[in-house]
Design a protein around this ligand. Structure first.
Ligand code: MN
Length: 378
C-alpha cells in the first residue's frame, strides 16, 4: 500500500519513551498510559502528518506483560489506521527481537518496526524523504558486525554505522535513533545504563535534516534545532516534574524546519509536597501521584496512614530534618568502609530505610542468605 503524500513539505509527529507497562513506585500506570496514548492518536488524526516517528523505549521492560503488549498493539493499530506512515525503533528498554515480530510482513502496510540493530542501517523512503531507523546500539552490538573497524566508544560505533550508509544529499534525510547525546539534560527518570555507554556528540548527526531522538526523558533540542528529544510521554519519576510533549515538525521544500511542541495531557500529575505534616494534611486531598517530604523535626505518629487516606496514589513519605540529614552523613561518609562486615552494612541500610535497628531474627535471615550465596559469614 502506498499513500499519496504532498512532498512540498514533509510533516511528522515525533514521540519517544512511552515505557508501556511501567509501574511508578508499584502503581500500575495502565490507565494513565492508555489515556495519553489515546491523546497522541487524537493529535495524529488532527494533524495528519506524513509520518509518526517513535524513537524507542516503547516498552518499559524486555519482558512486557500481556496488558502492555495489548496496549501497544491497540495504539499501533489506531495509528496505522490514520493513514500516516508509522516508524518504530527499539530502545534500550525494549525486547528488540520481540518488537520486530512479523515486522517484515507488516512493513508494507505503513507500519515500519526495527526493534534491534542487525548490522545494517535500515532505511525506508516516502516520496523524496529517506528515513533511517537505528535502534539503540552499544559498542558491543556494532563490533560484532564491523570486526575490522576500531570501535572503542559509542561514538565510534555510531560513526561506523552511519558511515556504512551514505546519504543521498538530493533527498530529505531523517534519522530515528535512541542514544544519549552530549549536552542533553536528563529529567531524572532515565535509568542509568549498566555498562556505561557514553553520550555521543551531536556533530555526528550534522548531515541529517532532522534527527528524531529517544532515550532522554526531557523535551529539548540538543546541539541544534533539528536534533531533538520529545521526552517521555508521562512523568516517570518524582524528580521528573517537566511537562510532557509530542513534537510536530514540518520540513519545507526549501529545507527549512518548523517545530511545535504539543503538550500531552495526563489523568494524574506527579507532584512533590514538602512541608510540616499539619500543613500538608490541612491542604486538599489529591488523586495525583504524590511524594511527601515532611519537615517536622520529630516523627509524627501514624503520619503514613493519614497521608495514604488523603492521597490514594501516595508514592513515598520521607522526613527531611536535622536527624535524617545527619543519618545520611553517617551512612555515606566514613573512612572505615573496609572494616565493616556485610551485616553491619546491611544493618545501616535497613536502619536508613526502615528507621529502626535491624533485629536479631532479621540478622539471622541475612546470615543464612549470605552463607547460601557467598558461602561466607555475616
Ligand atoms: Mn527511556
Amino acid at each position: 500500500m502506498s499513500y499519496f503524500i504532498d512532498m512540498d513539505t514533509f510533516s511528522f509527529i515525533h514521540i519517544s519513551d512511552l515505557h508501556i507497562g511501567k509501574k511508578l513506585n508499584g502503581y500500575d500506570l495502565h490507565e494513565d498510559q492508555k489515556y495519553v496514548l489515546e491523546k497522541i492518536v487524537d493529535i495524529v488524526r488532527k494533524r495528519k502528518p506524513d509520518a509518526v516517528l517513535i524513537a524507542g523505549d516503547v516498552y518499559d521492560r524486555t519482558n512486557p506483560s500481556e496488558d502492555a503488549i495489548a496496549l501497544l498493539n491497540d495504539f499501533l493499530v489506531k495509528l496505522q489506521a490514520t493513514g500516516s506512515e508509522v516508524f518504530v525503533i527499539g530502545g534500550n528498554h525494549d525486547p528488540g527481537e520481540k518488537l520486530s515480530f512479523l515486522s517484515n510482513i507488516v512493513d508494507g502496510s505503513g507500519l515500519h518496526i526495527v526493534g534491534k540493530f542487525s548490522g545494517k542501517l535500515e532505511k525506508r523512503s516516502i516520496g523524496n524523504v529517506d528515513i533511517y531507523l537505528l535502534p539503540y546500539i552499544c559498542t558491543c552490538d556494532v563490533r560484532r558486525y564491523f570486526p575490522d573497524s576500531p570501535i572503542e566508544s559509542t561514538s565510534d560505533a555510531l560513526r561506523v554505522v552511519l558511515d556504512s550508509a551514505p546519504l543521498d544529499k538530493d533527498k530529505i534525510n531523517v534519522l530515528v535513533a535512541h542514544q544519549a547525546v552530549l549536552g542533553a539534560l536528563s529529567s531524572g527518570s532515565e535509568d542509568s545504563i549498566i555498562g556505561g555507554e557514553s553520550p555521543v556528540p551531536s556533530s555526528l548527526f550534522s548531515d541529517f535534516d532532522y534527527v528524531a531522538l529517544g532515550h532522554i526523558h526531557r523535551c529539548q533540542p540538543v546541539g541544534c534545532a533539528n536534533i531533538r528529544y520529545p521526552g517521555s510521554m508521562l512523568k516517570y519519576s518524582i524528580d521528573d516534574a517537566k511537562e510532557k510533549f509530542a513534537l510536530y515538525g514540518k520540513i519545507l521544500d526549501d529545507g527549512e524546519l518548523e517545530m511545535e511542541e504539543i503538550k500531552l495531557e495526563s489523568i494524574h500529575d506527579v507532584v512533590v509536597l514538602r512541608g510540616s505534616f499539619s500543613s500538608i494534611v490541612s491542604g486538599g486531598s489529591s488523586d495525583d501521584y504524590v511524594a511527601v517530604v515532611l519537615t517536622d523535626e520529630t516523627d509524627v505518629p501514624d503520619a503514613l496512614p493519614s497521608l495514604m487516606g488523603k492521597f490514594p496514589r501516595l508514592l513515598s513519605m520521607v522526613y527531611d530534618n536535622a536527624r535524617t540529614r545527619t543519618t545520611s552523613d553517617i551512612v555515606f561518609v566514613g573512612d572505615d568502609e573496609n572494616e565493616r562486615t556485610p551485616g553491619e552494612y546491611f544493618g545501616e541500610l535497613f536502619e536508613m530505610i526502615a528507621r529502626k535497628k535491624i533485629g536479631k531474627s532479621q540478622l539471622d535471615v541475612l546470615e543464612d542468605a549470605i552463607k547460601e550465596i557467598w558461602g561466607g559469614d555475616v
